[in-house]
Ligand binder design. Sequence first.
Ligand SMILES: Cc1cc2nc3c(=O)[nH]c(=O)nc-3n(C[C@H](O)[C@H](O)[C@H](O)COP(=O)(O)OP(=O)(O)OC[C@H]3O[C@@H](n4cnc5c(N)ncnc54)[C@H](O)[C@@H]3O)c2cc1C
Length: 427
Amino acid sequence: MWINKNNKLHKKPYLCVQKIGLYFGQQPVYYTLKFMSTIPSFENTKVAFSHKSNNELRKAYYLFRVMNNNTVVSAGSVLTNWALRLHLPIGGIIKPTVYQQFCGGETLEKSSPTIAQLAKYDVKVLLDYGVEAKESEQDFDQTVDSLLQAIAYAKGNDNVSAISCKITGLAKFKLLEKYTAGKELSEKQKIAWERTRQRLHVLCKAADAANVSIYFDAEESWIQIALDTLITEMMETYNTKRAVVYNTIQLYRHDRLAFLKKSHNDAHAKQYVLGVKLVRGAYMEKERKRAAEMGYPSPIQPDKQATDADYDRALEYCIQHLDTICFCNASHNEMSNLYLCELMGRYNLATNDDRITFGQLYGMSDHLSFNLADAGYNVAKYLPYGPLRDVMPYLMRRAQENTSVAGQMSRELKLIQKEMIRRGLRY
Ligand SMILES: Cc1cc2nc3c(=O)[nH]c(=O)nc-3n(C[C@H](O)[C@H](O)[C@H](O)COP(=O)(O)OP(=O)(O)OC[C@H]3O[C@@H](n4cnc5c(N)ncnc54)[C@H](O)[C@@H]3O)c2cc1C
């Protein structure tokens, strides 16, 4: 019972008592949660940063300190965009800093040392070929080739949990938008839609044959019906025995808990396994802005509490239907991760139940990933890789995410600082 897949003995569960504060309005209400757990504590920075040498920790500290400065990040983003457009050689600055913190390497081979280093701590990876929003058929075919290489790399490689894919790297945004709007496609677009379907079949078939899973990202709501249609067809075809294909559910949308349940009912009726990655959602401002500008009701929940509540309900729904659902809890929210551990305990599930994965981004929230892995849970880091130019939009989002909120230190910076103090390092 307490031996994980690598035959490592895990700590026995103990009674875990967590005091949590929930905000209903301005003031927090504190609750005491008591449950049997194998989670030591997300506060344990010794475990969280055990994979980093003193020098690596110092480097991460300086990087997050720079990113904590809103002015530097805003100016840096503008300058980097210009430099990229003018083909200026900025790799020398970006590669040893932001790129190294958040990406594996320019190729799969170059990412291998990072993957091996994480594996020492039982942390796997979700390979994310960092290409976004391409526009030509040639680019799309190139993306398919790169993803097939990722599947081949993942085949038989215990350190790779799954590969990840954005459909906007395989089809034109305008095509997906028109399909989602329910408009009649032109003859040319019908052919392009067919080609997209075939690209997805090629990928999912290869993943199935290689015993690898493939996660499809959720994107903007105005293309999501097209993505859901394609992904559902792939699940119906390839998930008959196991979850080869995973869709992503964004719980910041008020209609997605119902969509999760509908997807599950459909899967149940057609007898395939539903694979889902649960996320809160990454495009909130963009969604609200478009809805306001175009005068339709925003698809986003009224507030953060509503998103959190649906996220919890989605976790619970998945746990209650594990006979036909496999899922990934893709979140950096401490409460969500803790809540899932608590649910797994409540439903008497082994910490390493292979239907459940905890996912965080590489370079962030190590206090969650490494403490969860240390306690025996299945953990995978989303590891982007690819040429610097292609992963730049992703890196910009990470930098913006780590700027200070109301002048406070970012969570990452606080944690690194805490570990430096524990190790007696100067900063
Ligand atoms: C492994 C991994 C894979 C991911 N894949 C995807 C993906 O495919 N598609 C995608 O869209 N995102 C994806 N994300 C990003 C994710 O959706 C979130 O943006 C990010 O993880 C922050 O949410 P959180 O759960 O970590 O925690 P938190 O920091 O607790 O939540 C922040 C999130 O809450 C929501 N929120 C914040 N304020 C409000 C408000 N006022 N009203 C309503 N909601 C609010 C927003 O979604 C915001 O991003 C992924 C994240 C991870 C870790």
